[in-house]
Each structure stands twice: as C-alpha cells, then as structure tokens.
Design a protein around this ligand. Structure first.
Ligand code: KG4
Ligand code: ZN
Length: 340
C-alpha cells in the first residue's frame, strides 16, 4: 500500500442510530450520529420505523461527516459499512448506501462486523486511548449483545461466552421500563444509582453454564419485586427510586464481572477490554478499576463517544481491513445474525 494518507468513510446503521464518520488512516476526523427519538414513545426500537428514519438521515449525516472533516467525496479511499449483526431493515439502508457510493466513486467497499468494531474502537489513534496489547479478553456489553471474546489479533477473535437470552443493556432497559423510565434506560438508572444504596435490595443470581450469562430471569424477578412491594406500599418506587436503581445496577454488573473473573483465571489473561453502550456504566468501571488493584488487571474502557453505537468504530476496522486489502464485493448481503 502506498504511504499516502487514506480517507475512509464509515457508515453505521445496525439499530436505531445513523452514524457516519471520516477517518484519516487511524485518526477520526468526524464522527456524526443522528439519534432516532421516535422510539422513546414505544418503549423500544420499532424496526420498521428505524429503517425509515435511516433512509431520511443517511444523506445528511454523511454530508455532515464530510463537511466536518473538510474533505470531499472524491478524496475518499474506501467505504466501510456495518454488515451485521443488527436489524435487517436498518442494515440494508447502510449497506445499499455504501455499495452505491463505492460503485460510483470506484473505491473499495469494506464490510465490518459491528461487535468486532465495539472492541476494536480501542485502536483509534486518540490521546485518551491506550491500545491494548494482544491477547486480551474482550467483553461486549450492549443493548443487543453480551459476549466474552478471546482476542488474539485484530481479526482472530473467538466468542467463548455469551448471554443465553437477553443482553445486559436490554436488562437495564426493561427494568427501567418497569420503573417508568424512558427507553433506553441504562444511563438514567446509572445516574439515579449515584444517590442510592446498592446493597439495599437483593436479587437472585441466575445460573448459566461455563462462561455464559443469563439476564432474562431477572426481568421476572424484578417485576415480582416491584409488584410485591407496590401492593404493600403504592409509593414504594417513588420512595426508594435511587436505592432500587443502585441495587439492580449492582446486580446486573456483578453477573458479568463474575464471569470475567472466571475467564481471566481460566485463560490466564489479565487484560480486560470492554466495549458497547453499557461500558459507559459507572458501576462496571468501578468494579473493573477495583480489580486493577486487587487482581492486577489491565483495564481498557473506551471514551464515552466510542461506547455507544458510532461509525468511528466501523471506520477503524475499515482501516485495518484496508491495510490487508480485505475488500468486500457488491453481492455480500447484510446479515442480522453475523458472527465471527
Ligand atoms: O452499544 P449500544 O449503543 O447499542 C447496541 O448495539 O445495542 O448499547 C445501547 C445500550 C442500551 O441498552 C442502553 O441502555 C445502554 O447501552 N447504556 C447504559 C449506559 N449507557 C448506555 N447502560 C448502563 N449504564 C449506562 N451508563
Ligand atoms: Zn452496538
């Protein structure tokens, strides 16, 4: 590959955020996101509405990313896009856009796995980020996935544990909904938990074999907890809001922390790298940093804008694939269940 700088346009449209980013090699020049507020009133993402919103957002968001980066379409060297996993209708909007633009500009098209991107965001050239050395234990914590991944190299990754049912972010969102919070509820639970007692209420620890986790049983346990207490005191939630949030948050985080500990011992790897929306959570940060001291863990947490769904993380994967000339063809189809 020539020494000339490469400009990569990255597109992310796997769920309800339309993202576009420009990278100059491994440095992010712009990282734009159009959030879809429409899902709030439905208490979750409505797939049909998400794909429609992507359709209207994608052109302005790409335009904005180019403008902020101060480059033109003709300067682009490659286009990276999310092939999966995600919602099919949403993925199709991003992939069709990326394919058409790469065809018209006659530049390489690069497909990216969204979950790998959540981990590889740690290789963005940014003064706040110290890239982890290989091998490491990658943990993806998002609204749709919870995975423990053995990472040996950029593209040598193996999922060695995952949720058997709901994702950790989904558990935050569903518990939040039961408390009357808007979707997505993770950040609000985190904020409310700051003034609460995390040890006030206890919940049962779900059983899951090996390095897997399970979060679906917690919904029922939490619903029973809320209903039982409300039947005794109709102001129970109001009077205990902060303590409930702190307690459920601690519980949800403890489940994954336990499995990370087991994984670390099993693989004899103490380098822990997290990614995905829930990696912004203050309790998981606290628990991981604690183990820096007690277990000598090396902990990598992304800057906030790279925790949530964003196109810059797609772009960094695009950069490494571009270095390897690992291009995709136009026949590659979006895959809602794409794995690795
Ligand atoms: O990675 P992400 O942006 O999208 C998916 O790929 O799913 O993750 C979104 C999830 C939501 O469930 C949201 O509630 C959760 O991340 N989340 C948080 C926090 N910020 C976002 N959960 C707990 N604490 C937070 N601070
Ligand atoms: Zn995600």
């Amino acid at each position: 590959m020539s020494n000339k700088n490469k400009f990569i346009l990255a597109i992310e449209s796997s769920c309800d955020d339309t993202g576009a980013s420009i990278l100059k090699d491994n440095t992010v020049l712009s990282n734009c996101i159009a959030n879809q507020e429409i899902h709030k009133s439905y208490g979750g993402v409505v797939p049909e509405l998400a794909s429609r919103a992507h359709q209207s957002n994608i052109v302005p968001v790409v335009h904005q990313a180019l403008t902020i980066a101060n480059i033109e379409k003709k300067d682009l060297s490659a286009i990276a896009y999310t092939r999966g996993p995600g919602l099919l209708g949403s993925l199709l909007v991003g992939s069709s856009f990326a394919k058409s633009l790469s065809l018209s500009l006659k530049i390489p098209l690069i497909e990216v796995n969204h979950m790998q991107a959540h981990l590889l965001c740690h290789f963005i050239n940014d003064k706040r980020i110290i890239p982890p050395k290989f091998p490491f234990i990658g943990v993806t914590l998002s609204g749709g996935h919870t995975q423990i991944v053995h990472v040996n190299n950029y593209f040598e990754m193996k999922i060695i544990g995952e949720t058997l049912d709901d994702a950790i972010g989904e558990a935050f969102d569903k518990c939040g909904k039961m408390l009357g919070l808007d979707y997505p509820a993770g950040l609000e639970i985190d904020n409310l938990a700051k003034n609460g007692d995390p040890n006030k209420f206890k919940f049962p620890i779900p059983k899951a074999p090996n390095l897997n986790v399970s979060y679906s049983g917690i919904k029922t346990a939490f619903l029973n907890f809320v209903n039982t207490n409300l039947s005794k005191n109709k102001n129970f939630i109001k009077q205990n809001f902060n303590d409930i949030c702190a307690s459920i948050q601690k519980h949800l985080i403890q489940i994954i922390i336990n499995k990370i500990e087991i994984t670390s011992e099993k693989l004899n790897i103490n380098r822990i790298v997290i990614g995905g929306g829930v990696s912004a959570n203050s309790e998981i940060k606290k628990e991981l940093y604690l183990r820096k001291k007690t277990k000598n863990w090396e902990v990598h947490i992304p800057p906030i804008e790279y925790t949530m769904d964003n196109a810059a993380m797609i772009g960094i994967v695009g950069y490494y694939k571009l270095l390897n000339k690992d291009y995709s063809n136009l026949n590659e189809i979006s895959d809602p269940r794409l794995t690795f």
